[in-house]
Design a binder for this molecule. Structure first.
Ligand code: AMP
Length: 281
């Protein structure tokens, strides 16, 4: 198990691997769980070498408290990765190593993909995500990079980023891994007590019911129904529910044949922000 803290050390190691042209990258912010593990396993299946980056990227946080409370569990993360395979490379740079003195984000034109949902409620979040992912992709030059559908909007934005910047990498989307009660696994779930963690299964139940309704009801009716449903729930505060076209992420008004849609939800549970989504057709 090799852990690298500097770009220089890492590049030295990668130099020998690049010629094999088969490197999988899994970018994470640590506090690893089964969701991350599923990405790592897929990367191992499809590449001869895998590198996992662990870096809590400050420029993608619009809320200082969220950044300060973000769990950091490096030794447990290394142990989890080791239990999957001893051959994985780990990159854990400091903020200074990544950004130097100027901790700031680039500004991208994601052609509207960043104007809805997470982008609407989290100022500059996707500029921060774009900045760190562009940096990792150009530094590590992976053949494939793995992202979870849990952050589906992020996945679409990274695909756009690689086109905008002509980065030769295959972006692979991976299915959402859930806890037994349906809650999408997330590092932030650690901040919920057991009771709230179970109750938050309500988010996925709502998404499944929305999918059921999608056959017969329009997007507006489903949104109204979901908003009402969350109003009655005393522990979960709905921030948004959206039903969007998966290509453009534009909220759907009328269903169009041959188009694919997904429903997205963001809620606060005891001060912790949770997101989830589901394919509707
Ligand atoms: P994070 O550490 O939260 O930035 O996540 C790192 C990567 O893991 C991102 O591509 C996430 O979408 C993905 N991921 C996080 N949670 C899950 C999950 N429950 N299922 C699948 N992928 C996930």
């Amino acid at each position: 198990m090799l852990v690298f803290e500097t770009k220089k050390e890492l590049q030295k190691k990668l130099m020998a691997l690049w010629s094999e042209d088969n490197l999988g990258l899994v970018p994470t912010m640590g506090a690893l769980h089964e969701g991350h593990a599923s990405l790592i396993r897929k990367a191992l299946d499809e590449n001869t070498h895998v590198i996992v980056s662990i870096f809590v990227n400050p420029t993608q946080f619009n809320n200082t408290e969220d950044l300060e409370k973000y769990p950091q569990t490096l030794s447990a993360d290394v142990a989890l990765i080791k239990s999957i395979s001893d051959d994985i490379l780990i990159f854990t740079p400091t903020i200074n190593e990544v950004y130097g003195k100027l901790v700031t984000h680039n500004v991208y034109d994601f052609q509207g993909l960043d104007k809805v949902m997470e982008g609407r409620f989290r100022d500059n979040h996707f500029n921060g995500v774009g900045t760190i992912v562009e940096l990792l992709l150009t530094l590590i030059k992976p053949t494939r990079a793995y992202f979870g559908e849990k952050d589906f909007q992020q996945l679409r934005i990274i695909q756009k980023l690689t086109k905008l910047r002509n980065i030769p990498v295959k972006i692979i989307g991976c299915p959402i891994v859930r806890e037994p009660h349906g809650l999408a696994m997330s590092s932030r779930n650690e901040r919920l007590n057991m009771e709230l963690r179970q109750k938050a299964g309500f988010i996925y139940e709502t998404l499944i019911a929305a999918k059921d309704k999608f056959g017969t009801e329009n997007a507006l009716q489903i949104k109204k129904w979901a908003i009402k449903r969350f109003k009655r729930h005393k522990d979960l505060d709905l921030e948004y529910i959206e039903i969007v076209d998966i290509e453009t992420l534009v909220p759907a008004e009328q269903k169009t044949k041959n188009k694919k849609y997904r429903a997205f939800i963001a809620v606060y549970a005891g001060g912790v922000r949770l997101i989830d989504n589901i394919a509707l057709n």
